[in-house]
Design a protein. Structure first.
Length: 294
């Protein structure tokens, strides 16, 4: 027999659903508008006729974007950044989180190292000292300037070490009794059981690398080395057609500045939109089980 919900409970559930639906619409509708704008004609976009559905459907804006070598080059830089940064971040996060997940009785300097990492979450040297460090190490105008400064994301370390601490200690003890060392226990037992947390960290890291734009503007001396988001920021903030080819100028007669920007923004967000659904099922479990414990 189904339990009858009280009036207050029904109101609470209705309020929750309404709030979640409203917040979802606030997130989805702007993206739908950008998508509709990117597929609309020059005249419709200029007249402000585009809302949530394309007006005078056309793909000329995407042709213009894909014909720009700057866009393709910046996309390749971002793919290189994610391809190098993601494995490095995951490796260093695992190697830092594993020893810090042990009790102070087994790893005596644990508290010192934990406070050292937490301190970096609260304070940093500032933009100018960081830039001087990057310059003095010879990383300027290099892909490593976008990867190495954030190679050890402390938030991800905290998330993973708490996940490790929640795993049964009997598994580790049984592994040691069978003659395995720390590295074998880490790779054979801890990591296979930590897929939700690893997927969550991989998602955070990928989104962080993909959406980062400010460091590209600071550390890259030439626009040819800009990652995608840095390039898109310059496109949105200013429009420079001095390097446009004759083909680009012909396409510009059929598209508008707004539709081109909308196409570039959507193409920049598309990879994350495609990756997220595959990792979403691990996301909540990884966050909850990796949250800070007493």
């Amino acid at each position: 027999m189904t339990e009858r919900l009280s009036f207050g409970r029904r109101v609470f559930i209705a309020f929750n659903y309404s709030s979640l639906i409203l917040m979802s619409l606030l997130c989805i509708l702007p993206l739908i508008h950008v998508l509709a704008l990117s597929f609309s004609s020059n005249a419709a976009a200029t007249a402000g006729l585009v809302k949530l559905w394309p007006v005078e459907f056309t793909v000329k804006s995407y042709e213009f974007v894909l014909n720009r070598p700057e866009f393709v080059q910046s996309l390749l830089v971002t793919l290189q950044r994610v391809g190098l940064g993601l494995p490095l971040n995951l490796l260093l996060t695992v190697l830092v989180a594993y020893p810090l997940s042990k009790e102070s009785t087994r790893f005596k300097p644990r508290t010192v190292y934990v406070w050292f990492f937490v301190f970096t979450m609260l304070f940093n040297g500032g933009l100018i000292p960081t830039y001087m460090t990057i310059r003095s190490t010879g990383l300027l105008d290099s892909i490593w300037a976008l990867i190495l400064p954030g190679a050890v994301p402390v938030f991800n370390v905290v998330l993973l070490l708490n996940f490790f601490r929640g795993l049964p200690k009997e598994l580790e003890e049984a592994s040691f009794m069978d003659g395995a060392g720390h590295f074998r226990t880490l790779w054979k037992i801890y990591l296979p059981l930590s897929l939700p947390a690893m997927a969550t960290i991989a998602l955070f890291t990928t989104v962080g690398h993909w959406n980062s734009w400010f460091d590209g503007l600071i550390y890259m001396n030439s626009p040819e080395r800009y990652p995608l988001q840095s390039y898109l920021q310059t496109v949105i903030s200013q429009r420079d057609m001095t390097l446009a080819s004759s083909t680009d100028l012909e396409l510009l007669a059929e598209v508008s500045d707004r539709t081109v920007k909308a196409a570039q923004i959507f193409m920049g967000a598309l990879p994350i939109l495609l990756v997220y659904p595959f990792l979403q099922r691990y996301f909540m479990k990884g966050i909850v089980m990796g949250s800070v414990k007493e």
